[in-house]
Design a protein around this ligand. Sequence first.
Ligand code: DP6
Length: 360
Amino acid sequence: MQENQFIPKSYSNSIEKGSFTWSSPSNIALVKYWGKKKDQIPENPSISFTLNNCKTITKLSFSKKESTDHFAFDVFLDDEKKDDFKPKIETFFKRIETYLPFLKGFYFKIETSNTFPHSSGIASSASGMSALALCLMSIEKELSGNIILDEVFYQKASFLARLGSGSACRSLEGDLIVWGNHKNIEGSSNLFGVKYPYQVHENFKNYQDTILLVDKGEKQVSSTVGHNLMHNHPFAQERFKQASANLNKLIPILKTGDMDGFIALVESEALTLHAMMMTSMPYFILMKPNTLEIINKIWSFRQNTGSKICFTLDAGANVHVLYPENESDKIVEFIKNELVVFCQKGEYIKDKIGFGAQLL
Ligand code: DP6
């Protein structure tokens, strides 16, 4: 598959105006994407759980406009006009214009809201960009006389979402998504996310993710800046190889339900991601003291009880606590009794593995 296969030939329909609303999930990576080449091509493959409750809901209204020489749009978050979101969307539109040549022909009103608190430190770029990409694809589908197959629709939506934010291309379908070429994962691509194509053991069905909100503030270093610091990073090449090897190791772990193998791999990936940040130049630390308090508590709980609880981190201080469904009651108790004290205002979000975006 090549980029130019996503350029449409021509449209059979013309539309004056309309609107589409999509709800799109967030995702949490098990093997992390950290480092990219030109045009949002990842340096290594990654895999994520699609989440169920953390979502962005975006309504895209559109009406035909006279001039076709510029992009015209407004963005609203929870009904409030957000001009500071515009540059990111303008950049996104510029990147995808070749693949959606109708973009300059319409005025767009983008109305968006998140099911999780905006200032929760949870990145909304994955769910936000995938929801917007899906809305735009719904317009393309209508312009094409509704003849686009679902598979092609999702593939192109993921391709477009990637150009908005890399991890967004893993935020359309459920429940385990791979992004990035991997020789042992059939169909995997640097251009879009694909459903993990192999057997997944019952142990991982309905896997739980409780997100402990350690720091709800804005991050000091954005992911985009962090990715760029992987250029000329002294450990970059080894890290990219390790991520590929870890994805390879995950295949039998997922197949056989090897929980201890899963825990070791996922926690090591999380700490390696943060180790890359700490060894960048300039170096930075996104974990907070309470992140480490929680990690230590999880380790002692696991040692004392034999639980299969583990953690992962994204590019921030919050901790994702991962556990099998059959341990839910006991782990929720543990979180309430021992971990909530380390969360900002005692807040956490209970989530689990989910099945993807929905047209509303
Ligand atoms: C640490 O997808 O947010 O969450 O492509 O620059 O928008 P951009 O970065 P982004 O990076 C996410 C990094 C991560 C790991 C992951 O989700 O794989």
